[in-house]
Design a protein around this ligand. Structure first.
Ligand code: GDP
Length: 331
């Protein structure tokens, strides 16, 4: 029998890669989308004819229940959230509604419609914040440093609590930063690769940045969605850290991206306090040995391969736009 999976946040980076993976695995894929005045389907355009899209919202319990009743999925991947850390200081309560309480709405809807549904919760390395242990693993205490991180800690614990309270097959994946050519332009990796490509093409000369000393464990989103799927294929529900185990600074990211284009970032980058945060996460690096051992998961793309993939993508996209007379910006 064909399995059905529901993805909340299907229009995002991870949603689009996960939808591709599940379609390849033979699933019927239902994607929940939030109504907006202009649709935001560019990441799933190439698979739109193979997806079922349903309007729903993590703020609206009834919409979740209706989608579950209509499609009766065996698996739910809760990837929808307010996901950009700086915005969480601007809209802390809305962040909590989506990123924290929204998880409870999903879990309650599952409990009411069909408690045998397996559910994946997208937790985040931002929960480790001011790190209490290096590298971070499943047992490392949390110390979130932003309203986003705080909301994700709630989402993580409510997932575990519902597993223990109601015997749901509910798992939490603590994913470290994962990037791709589909990453939003506001995140540091894509900001750097896109603007480096623009500088290479002479479209601009300068790039304002924030804290260049921040360090992250950056992996490839395409690799990370496989870990999500594997977590729901296990005999027992459990939580996993997903990471590469390698740490690089924003400065190294700049060196790699600009260097790949034969440029020196120091000729172009300057610090703009606008991009500094009220409280930052200075370093993150994950220990994914449990995921390797239990799930058999391994990252396939290295940091340098990832940066090259993103730079090449952005360069090609901008060159094509210039060649066809379209504005060299992101649609
Ligand atoms: P996050 O780990 O979810 O916050 O992912 P981001 O890609 O937004 O940021 C990663 C790190 O890069 C943070 O520690 C930021 O402070 C740092 N950073 C430095 N300059 C910038 C910038 O211009 N934009 C963003 N988004 N982050 C920056």
């Amino acid at each position: 029998m064909q399995r059905t999976a529901l993805i909340t946040g299907v229009t995002g980076q991870d949603g689009s890669y996960l939808a591709e993976l599940l379609l390849d695995e033979g699933y019927r894929v239902v994607g929940m989308v939030r109504r907006g005045s202009s649709p935001n389907y560019h990441r799933i355009e190439h698979i739109m004819d193979r997806l079922v899209l349903e309007q729903g919202d993590l703020l609206d319990q009834v919409s979740l229940i209706q989608i579950l009743r209509r499609h009766r999925p065996q698996e739910v991947y809760n990837l929808a959230a307010m996901s950009f850390v700086p915005t969480s200081w601007e809209q802390p309560v809305l962040t909590a509604e989506f990123t924290a309480v929204g998880v409870t709405r999903v879990l309650d809807a599952i409990r009411m419609v069909d408690p045998t549904i397996r559910v994946y919760q997208a937790s985040s390395s931002e929960m480790f914040g001011k790190v209490q242990e290096v590298p971070q693993r499943e047992t490392t205490p949390f110390y979130p440093r932003s309203p986003y991180g705080v909301a994700k800690v709630y989402g993580h614990w409510i997932t575990i609590n519902y597993r223990e309270s109601y015997d749901l097959f509910a798992v939490s994946g603590i994913l470290f930063n994962h990037e791709s050519p589909r990453r939003g332009l506001e995140f540091v990796t894509r900001k750097v690769t896109y603007n480096a490509a623009r500088i290479k093409l002479g479209l601009q000369d300068r790039l304002p940045m924030g804290n260049l000393d921040a360090k992250r464990d950056w992996g490839f989103a395409g690799d990370y969605v496989r870990a999500m799927w594997l977590m729901l294929q296990q005999d027992k529900p459990d939580d996993f850290v997903v990471a590469t185990g390698e740490q690089h600074s924003v400065r190294e990211l700049l060196e790699a991206a600009f260097g790949h284009l034969g440029l020196d970032y120091q000729d172009h980058v300057y610090t703009d306090p606008q991009f500094l945060r009220p409280a930052d996460v200075y370093e993150l690096v994950g220990d994914a040995s449990k995921a390797r051992r239990v799930l058999g998961w391994e990252p396939q793309v290295s940091f340098h391969e990832l940066v090259e993939m993103m730079v090449e993508h952005d360069l090609k996209m901008l060159e094509e736009k210039i060649a066809t007379g379209r504005p060299p910006t992101i649609d």
